[in-house]
Write a protein that binds this ligand. Structure first.
Ligand code: RTP
Ligand code: MG
Length: 136
């Protein structure tokens, strides 16, 4: 079943010059880029995106990180795109993520882990509406 999912290439991806490398992995997998934009978000947009995490202990440094510089937001489309992107991204903690995944190959942090991918159909719909309202 074709799905759309919201992906972020977080500020560490931009800072490290890995936008092309990470995008190439999604494209090579066969996912189609529906929309893509580089943005430097403010705290309000971070809070809206991470609504489920705003009360968590780890959230204040996460907010500082995702607002620390430009990121690239995109919508990817393809068969089972939500789960496929999560599998490509790998486990949250880059130190534990499996080799072959984006985080496993390229990240060494639990916070600065390069990528975000929507975690369910409901999250994808909410996040696509938040980042790209014209697609909702
Ligand atoms: P994401 O939402 O970014 O795709 O990552 P995820 O589902 O694998 O992880 P999630 O649990 O949703 O956490 C969101 C982001 O918060 C940062 N994080 N820091 N204990 C910590 O310091 C901690 N835990 C999570 C990461 O940037 C994670 O991707
Ligand atoms: Mg998540």
């Amino acid at each position: 079943m074709s799905q759309r999912t919201l992906v972020l290439l977080k500020p560490d991806t931009v800072r490290r010059g890995l936008v092309g490398t990470v995008l190439a992995r999604f494209e090579a997998k066969g996912l189609r880029i529906v929309a893509m934009e580089q943005r430097h978000i403010d705290a309000a947009q971070a809070d809206a995106h991470y609504a489920e995490h705003v009360e968590r202990d780890f959230y204040p440094p996460l907010r500082d990180f995702v607002t620390s510089g430009p990121l690239v937001a995109l919508v990817l489309e393809g068969d089972q795109a939500i789960e496929v992107v999560r599998t490509l991204n790998g486990a949250t903690d880059g130190r534990k993520a499996a080799p072959g995944t984006i985080r496993g190959d390229l990240a060494l942090s639990n916070r600065e882990n390069l990528v975000h991918g929507s975690d369910s159909e409901e999250s994808a719909a909410r996040e696509i509406a938040l980042w790209f309202p014209h697609l909702a």
